[in-house]
Design a protein around this ligand. Structure first.
Ligand code: B12
Ligand code: SF4
Ligand code: SF4
Length: 353
């Protein structure tokens, strides 16, 4: 037991010394949350993210490898701008919004690199060869549920993992290991209380129940994962969100005083902070090969971003955008042409939410 305590503490020290904000350890067994995931899938809330359907694997890491005994969950703060900067304020100034998590370098690469270094150091702690696997949104793991189980926070009504000290602006990642460690106590206290700010603020009504998101309505899904045409009604509710959506976290009282990350890689690129949508469109059309380097924005591809900016132009209801939108009416890209037509109508009618 003593050895296990020492090793658990040494592993935690390694992780924290690599810049992570918190770390917790839980036993690798079946998560109670599998019932919620099952229900979520059967309600079609996962839209066309078919990879989510492997419920058994996502709720029990031993399905990845039966040898795994411990799940080490880590959080890393990504908030890189003043917490007073909000998407809603940017909209009032006629500006667009790119989610805070996407302002710097792609977190998958940044965190994976850190985790690989940590993996080497953990392996060095053991005399015999051990099995270690690292994940940051890169495998079938219910990351929020494991993080909560290892005491790193509670799952809020907006379904995000919230920590008393750091709020919810943090990425989650996991290290699976075939060694028994000392397990932390789960976070049992949910500090949302009677608050419903996130539910009330969601422009599309995507938070359909406590902790339940209908991805088909979620702006984050619509602007990142979905590459299709977005119908006019739904598009008009996307507000000024060009990539992802921060609204249900911006309104959360636990994020009021969030710390700014010290990580260089997450430093915001000036062109993405409260962007002028016309300038951003020009940048993406003319300089995409440079813009996409290391950026999470490349997930939606150039065509997806252009579609999103055309939607936002319509939502900002600025008549100055009409001439730009008219140029897209004859675009070979049918989604751009349809989106531009809708946005022109919206600006002319000025019916925006
Ligand atoms: C698919 C996915 C999405 C989808 C679906 C979101 C969703 N809420 O399910 C979309 C594209 C919409 C999305 C959006 C975002 N995502 Co996302 N996403 C994921 C991914 C890949 C899987 C999530 C998942 O399994 N969803 C299925 C649902 C059922 O599971 P869950 O969200 O974990 O919810 C659990 C609880 O709510 C609980 N539960 C459900 N119902 C009930 C009811 C009761 C009574 C109880 C007790 C519990 C309970 O059970 C669920 C399973 O454990 C994870 C990475 C990962 N591998 O986990 C990242 C992840 C969740 N996303 C993340 C982020 C940052 C975002 C965005 C903030 C990005 C943005 N700014 O646009 C938004 C936030 C939107 C939101 N409010 O959730 C982070 C969250 C970090 C955090 N602190 O919570 C993760 C963990 C990625 C990472 N590695 O950091 N995402
Ligand atoms: S990310 Fe935006 S659209 Fe999705 S649930 Fe939160 S507020 Fe609603
Ligand atoms: S806004 Fe309120 S209800 Fe929503 S997650 Fe934050 S504390 Fe919980």
């Amino acid at each position: 037991m003593k050895q296990s305590i020492d090793l658990s503490n040494q592993i935690k020290d390694i992780i924290l010394s690599n810049g992570f904000n918190s770390v917790g350890i839980s036993e690798a067994d079946k998560l109670d949350d599998s019932t919620f995931l099952k229900k979520w899938i059967s309600s079609d809330f996962h839209a066309d993210m078919a990879y989510m359907e492997d419920v058994e694997k996502r709720s029990d890491v031993r399905m990845i490898n039966p040898k795994f005994k411990s799940v080490i969950s880590c959080t890393l703060n990504y908030s890189s701008i003043d917490s007073k900067k909000l998407s809603i304020k940017a909209k009032r100034k006629g500006k667009g919004w790119i989610s805070k998590y996407a302002l710097g370098d792609d977190y998958h690469k940044v965190i994976n690199k850190k985790l690989k270094q940590i993996q080497l150091r953990i392996e060095e702690l053991y005399r015999e060869k051990i099995n270690v696997k690292v994940y940051v949104d890169t495998g079938p793991i219910l990351e929020r549920a494991y993080a909560s189980k290892s005491g790193l926070g509670w799952i809020g009504k907006n379904s995000c993992l919230i920590n008393k000290e750091n709020g919810s602006w943090s990425f989650l990642s996991n290290i699976l290991i075939d060694q028994e460690l000392v397990y932390d106590k789960p976070t049992l206290k949910n500090l949302c209380g009677s608050c419903t700010r996130c539910i009330n603020a969601c422009p599309t009504g995507a938070i359909v129940d406590d902790k339940v998101i209908d991805a088909r309505k979620c702006i984050s899904y619509l602007t990142i994962e979905n590459k299709k045409y977005i119908k006019k009604d739904l598009a008009s509710k996307i507000r000024n969100n060009i990539f992802g959506c921060d609204i249900c976290q911006e309104v959360c009282p636990w994020n009021k005083e969030s710390n700014i990350t010290e990580l260089n890689e997450f430093r915001p690129r000036a062109e993405f902070v409260e962007p002028d949508v016309q300038n951003l469109l020009t940048l993406i059309e003319e300089d995409w090969d440079r813009v996409k380097i290391k950026s999470p924005l490349k997930r939606v591809k150039k065509d997806g971003l252009v579609r999103n900016i055309l939607i936002v132009m319509g939502n900002l209801a600025n008549k100055e955008y009409l001439s730009t939108l008219e140029k897209y009416l004859n675009s070979d890209n049918i989604i751009h042409a349809m989106t531009a037509k809708d946005s022109i109508e919206r600006i002319r009618e000025s019916k925006v939410s």
